[in-house]
Design a protein around this ligand. Structure first.
Ligand code: AMP
Length: 420
């Protein structure tokens, strides 16, 4: 056993498995890149107050799950638990909202950290691909993001996911509802922790998975009945637009999200093959967040899809991603002279864009062949002294098993032609 191991709640991505993660990130970001979203990267840590905004509602992610640290210089930092606040902070800092037209559309991909109780699908370090559209209140923008996420999952071959949709109201109607809900919750027989939650973030109690709590929630006031006219109209346009795009969704009036800044459109992508950690992604509108962190009013909407859980969902559905082998040609040298010649040929192949690898080390033909097989290369090139004397190499098609001698001078052109 190695002396050191990955910290609790984390795991390493190792080839060939890690290729799935790259493919998932690629598939999720693809539709965004083709829809006007620019790539943004922010630091892995931020001022703790960016996440723990002193005022308003609070959530477990902020109160319990953040990794915080004090630097030698005395700054209080937190490893980022989510992407939205950082991206908005960066956009404000760079004045992106003033520089060009609104909305500012950004996408990102990175690691996030939450001190949670680890279990399958729930880690302390995980990865997300996310998108934010900042500074515009337009139901078509909410619809665009939901459609792009749906497209991303479908392009991966994922089928058994569902989209849950809700509206959380806005600064006008949500507080009225919040108070009504709090009044209702105070009359229930709840444990201390839940009562505390009811005071801080009552909407989260609706989300409580325990049956003892759910039983008591029958008859609770529903946000739907409190939505103001503007929120209702907004929500019905979002529904209309995604329906017209052929996106299937379910209205879920109990859907609230783990983070406190969401307003109006709220959605979650859930996968039914994942057990308790069923949310593969989620997002929504956060019209008040910019002001909460000291910016101007910038109504915005975004989502983050979890890469780890998306990979688990693909496995649960038995979807095999079509990941082409990383290597097309594997060169095996049988003599010292051949080593120099074939190493040169590999470099030439790589220069012309052909993925090639080489038989490093002094092991025999058998173990080099094993490496060639493992690499998934379509062709192997083998050469020894006799071949070089004749100015040829042996080119073997690993698929058909056919092998022929090819003039060394024609190798690159021949390989390229046969790969095409
Ligand atoms: P959230 O910000 O909590 O809505 O998270 C968005 C997505 O990130 C979720 O739907 C998950 O796919 C993923 N995610 C959140 N927390 C974790 C975690 N602890 N481990 C793995 N994935 C996570």
């Amino acid at each position: 056993m190695a002396t050191f191991q990955a910290p609790k709640g984390t795991y390493d991505l190792i080839p060939p498995y890690s290729a799935k993660y790259l493919a998932v990130r690629e598939a999720i970001s693809g539709p965004l890149r083709k829809s006007g979203y620019g790539y943004i990267e922010t630091p892995g840590f931020e001022d703790v107050d960016l996440f723990a905004r002193g005022v308003g509602e609070s959530t477990d992610i902020v109160t319990k799950e953040m990794y915080t640290l004090t630097t030698k210089g005395g700054a209080n930092l937190a490893l980022r638990p989510e992407g939205t606040a950082s991206v908005l902070r960066a956009a404000l800092e760079a004045n992106l909202h003033k520089a060009g037209g609104l909305p500012v559309k950004l996408w990102y991909s990175g690691s996030y950290y939450r001190y949670e109780r680890p279990q399958k699908g729930r880690y302390r370090h995980f990865s997300q691909v996310g998108a934010e559209a900042i500074g515009s209140e337009d139901p078509a923008l909410d619809a665009e993001l939901i459609i792009l996420a749906d497209q991303a999952y479908r392009s991966l071959g994922l089928r058994n996911f569902r989209i849950l949709l809700n509206s959380l109201g806005d600064a006008e109607c949500r507080p009225v509802y919040r108070e009504a809900l709090q009044g209702f919750l105070r009359g229930l027989d709840l444990d201390e922790e839940t009562l505390r939650r009811a005071e801080i973030n009552p909407l989260r109690v609706l989300d409580d998975k325990r049956e003892s709590v759910q039983k008591q929630l029958v008859g609770a006031p529903m946000l739907r009945d409190y939505l103001c006219e503007a929120c209702k109209a907004y929500h019905s346009e979002v529904r209309e637009l995604i329906t017209a795009a052929g996106v299937v969704f379910e209205d879920d009036e109990k859907l609230v999200r783990g983070l406190d800044y969401y307003t109006r459109t709220t959605f979650e992508f859930v996968h039914d093959g994942l057990g308790s950690q069923s949310a593969v992604g989620g997002g929504g509108r956060y019209d008040g967040l910019s002001e909460m962190i000291g910016g101007p009013a910038l109504p915005s909407v975004g989502w983050a899809l979890g890469v780890d859980r998306t990979v688990l969902a693909l496995e649960a559905e038995g979807v095999e991603l079509d990941i082409p082998p990383a290597t097309s040609v594997f060169a095996i040298a049988l003599s010292d002279e051949a080593r120099k010649v074939l190493f040169g040929a590999v470099t030439e192949l790589r220069k012309t864009g052909v993925a090639a690898d080489f038989s490093y080390g002094s092991k025999g033909l058998k173990s080099h062949m094993k490496n060639a097989n493992r690499s998934g290369a379509r062709f192997t090139v083998v050469a020894g002294e006799r071949d070089l004397a004749e100015g040829v190499v042996q080119l073997k098609d690993m698929e058909s098993g056919e092998q022929d001698a090819v003039a060394l001078a024609d190798l690159v052109a021949t390989v390229r032609a046969r790969l095409a």
